[in-house]
Design a protein around this ligand. Structure first.
Ligand code: ACO
Ligand code: AKG
Length: 406
């Protein structure tokens, strides 16, 4: 049975992955044998930290559409926005709040009373209160440690007094002095925070460091839920998220496609794919929808993705090489999992790297009956043209070559 991962509301989702379509072999199972299978909820921050990607500006309608997309994926929590940024952000939060989404909605605020009041005024019940806690950040802002502790205490206490469910989020916590880290988080708890987010603002923590920090916080925070908010500056955001979950984190922050500042945020669909397929952990994320969600977000935010990007890349199930085409009839020989899990077709394209099987597959796909010996000539022509044009061939070009060769 699927584990329920939408933690916050009664209308929980169950998304079952057809495990017969996962062809990852038994190595992971052997290596992970006997280990517990932890679970964690997904906290989407596409609307706030995702919008921090350079040049991205979401309008109210777009934020609402993105919130619905993310909700449709099955995340437990959505960070609806940071109201102090603009009136438009406030309008977007109102629109999202009125949309009747299944996910729990969260607001974002600095450790500043006016920021917290802005979240409360919009009727949100849950918020993250953030404050810098590394000396690098505090130094840049010219804020002393004692001052930030006071700001944390006052802002969290104000939120708690106003009935808000507060998570404290220590910006740059992975570069903070460990003792001061603990002081800052304990200050937040004493002031009324009931959840804690560990924040790898610059994506500098290796997975082992994330494991260390999550376990360290859990050792003194008891049952307080711990979040992990990661960035991808070293390409390790997914590995760090997995490390955080294995160490006991309850909530993983991230965005669709990992959209965000610099190298981006942790990529929630990629983490879901990893947990489901490599760790056998059910996430509640509907993998069949992630490619459509990614495609729509790319249209809205006007960015391109590498075609080989995990989970959502355009080329994941498109194959050119002849050696792979020769095995195309047995998908598990050439794929880690079935394209059907991501609700996308597989296909063969023709180019420099085509082989005899590529030609046979394409002929059958296009209903071309080539005479004996024609396939070899056709293959030679395909390679020649692809090298001359330095690209793949279109079906129309292939049909023309087939006509010339027959
Ligand atoms: C700043 C953050 O960490 S939020 C995350 C990043 N996100 C963004 O920047 C979103 C877009 N940003 C914006 O729209 C704007 O930059 C805003 C609304 C966030 C800030 O506006 P600004 O005009 O730059 O700053 P504002 O005058 O409101 O606040 C600066 C003060 O906040 C303090 N401050 C900054 N971050 C924090 C924090 N997390 N907690 C407490 N105080 C903080 C500064 O020390 C400064 O204090 P001072 O006035 O005593 O010197
Ligand atoms: O200070 C910021 O950029 C916002 C907080 C955040 O999302 C982070 O620290 O990763």
């Amino acid at each position: 049975m699927a584990r329920l991962l939408r933690r916050s509301k009664s209308s929980e989702v169950r998304v079952m992955i057809d495990r017969s379509r996962i062809w990852t072999g038994s190595l992971n199972e052997t290596a992970l044998a006997g280990r517990p299978k932890p679970s964690a909820g997904f906290y989407d921050t596409t609307l706030r930290d995702g919008e921090q990607a350079v040049g991205v500006v979401f309008g109210v309608e777009q934020k609402l559409e993105i919130a619905k997309l993310v909700d449709g994926l099955g995340v437990g929590r959505i960070e609806a926005g940071f109201p102090r940024v603009s009136d438009e952000d406030k309008e977007a939060i109102k629109a999202i709040s009125a949309a009747g989404l299944k996910a729990e909605l969260w607001g974002f605020a600095r450790a500043i009373i006016e920021d917290v009041a802005a979240v409360a005024d919009l009727g949100l019940k849950h918020l993250v209160i953030e404050a810098p806690i590394s000396d690098a950040k505090l130094g840049a802002l010219e804020v002393a440690r004692e001052i930030v502790l006071k700001r944390i205490k006052d802002a969290v206490a104000f939120g708690a007094k106003n009935g808000l469910h507060v998570a404290f989020f220590g910006v740059d916590s992975t570069r903070a002095d460990l003792e001061f880290f603990e002081t800052a988080y304990k200050t937040a708890i004493e002031a009324g925070a009931i959840e804690l987010a560990i924040v790898d603002t610059l994506g500098i923590a290796c997975p082992e460091a994330v494991d260390f920090l999550v376990r360290r916080v859990k050792s003194w925070a008891g049952t307080v839920p711990v979040h992990f908010h990661g960035h991808n500056d070293f390409g390790l955001a997914t590995a760090c998220a997995v490390a955080a979950i294995n160490a006991g984190a309850s909530w993983i922050h991230g965005t669709i496609d990992g959209i965000g500042e610099r190298a981006g945020n942790a990529n929630l669909p990629e983490i879901a794919l990893t947990l489901e397929l490599l760790y056998g952990i059910q996430t509640g994320i509907d993998l069949a929808r992630v490619r459509d969600a990614s495609k729509r977000l790319r249209q809205i935010a006007s960015y391109e993705l590498e075609p080989w990007k995990a989970a959502v890349g355009r080329n994941l199930f498109i194959r050119e090489t002849g050696a792979v085409a020769a095995q195309f009839h047995i998908p598990q020989a050439i794929e880690p999992y079935s394209s059907e899990l991501l609700n996308t077709p597989r296909g063969i394209v023709l180019g420099k790297k085509s082989g005899a099987a590529s030609i046979a597959i394409k002929c059958s796909e296009l209903g071309i009956e080539a005479p004996p010996g024609a396939h070899a000539r056709l293959l030679a022509e395909v390679k020649k043209l692809a090298m001359a044009k330095r690209r793949l061939l279109s079906d129309a070009e292939f049909l023309e070559l087939a006509r010339q060769v027959s």
